[in-house]
Design a protein around this ligand. Structure first.
Ligand code: C2E
Ligand code: CA
Ligand code: CA
Ligand code: CA
Length: 275
């Protein structure tokens, strides 16, 4: 009513209020979902290019919503981060990924994505160590995936955090490599054990000369630094052949498999072993 004087106000207000309402509904829904156990992990295999064997799996969270079906992380992780709900959700993801990995028939690694909010918590290394103890997973079977956006502005604190995490025995993968501004210097400064080449560099392979040159260079650099390299987003046989010929370490992507629910992932492991 007080907006009577300004026409723009009247047009703006309802849309804004609606958006805020939708947001708080989603927030309440997220909170409820955590208690109701509506989240699940899907696992996407990482294959060793030399042997063709599955050597690791990335845990990817999904929300099995009672009305909306399977909701992808892009639709709820940002709000979970803004509201702090990512802390209990992230802890659940970490614990569940470790528990599942303990139950797998072979000692393959499990990779878990970290949110910047989790990384800002000084207790993270202790939380990781405690989760390993509680679940019984050997530390070298856990890999934490960290994008450049996760790292803190304070380089000293970042280095201390990454060093403490490494000291627990887990691996640290630099995720979405090549998409940030400082990726190269980070590799030298911080104790990462693996590079994951972002799928934007893979999309136009093998025909695009620039993409080919970049992927080739990153793999060579990883080898020079003694780091494992995983190529993400490999969708075709041609892309697989290209990165295998360049001797990357591992391949991840729809060409090998989409992310799979726990039991389907076990089936995939079994199928591959039988083949
Ligand atoms: P990401 O860490 O880069 O994960 C890889 C994403 O690429 C996954 O999407 C995966 O399904 C997709 N992908 C894999 N292979 C291919 C392919 O060959 N082609 C294409 N087009 N896509 C492929 P998803 O599962 O929707 O996850 C999206 C993002 O959400 C992840 O990107 C990650 O940043 C975030 N995320 C997922 N799970 C978690 C989690 O538990 N915690 C946190 N903090 N973030 C998560
Ligand atoms: Ca990842
Ligand atoms: Ca990635
Ligand atoms: Ca990504």
């Amino acid at each position: 009513a007080k907006a009577e004087g300004k026409g723009t106000f009247r047009m703006f207000e309802p849309a804004m209020a609606e958006r805020m309402q939708a947001r708080s509904r989603l927030e309440a829904d997220l909170r409820r979902a955590l208690g109701a156990g509506e989240f699940e992990l899907h696992f996407q295999p990482l294959v060793d290019v030399r042997t063709g064997a599955v050597t690791a799996a990335e845990a990817l969270v999904r929300w099995r919503h009672p009305e909306q079906g399977l909701v992808s992380p892009a639709d709820f992780i940002p709000l979970a981060e803004e509201t702090g709900l990512i802390m209990p959700l992230g802890a659940w993801v970490l614990r569940t990924a470790c528990l599942q990995a303990v139950s797998w028939p072979r000692e393959i690694k499990v990779a878990v994505n970290l949110s910047p909010v989790q990384f800002r918590d000084d207790r993270l290394p202790e939380t990781v160590a405690e989760t390993l103890r509680a679940t019984g997973l050997e530390a070298d079977r856990l890999e934490l995936e960290i994008t450049e956006g996760v790292l803190l502005d304070d380089e000293e604190r970042t280095l201390m955090m990454l060093t403490k995490l490494r000291a627990t025995g887990v691996g640290l993968a630099m995720d979405d490599f090549g998409t940030g501004y400082s990726s190269l210097s980070y590799l030298r400064r911080f104790p990462f054990s693996k590079i994951k080449i972002d799928r934007s560099f893979v999309r136009l392979l093998p025909d695009d000369a620039e993409s080919a040159a970049i992927v080739r260079a990153i793999i060579a650099m990883g080898a020079g630094l003694g780091m494992a390299t995983t190529v993400e987003g490999v969708e075709t046989a041609e892309q697989y052949a290209f990165v295998a010929a360049e001797r990357c370490g591992q391949v991840q992507g729809y060409h090998v498999s989409r992310p799979l629910p726990g039991t389907a992932f076990l089936g995939f492991l079994g199928d591959l072993e039988a083949a």
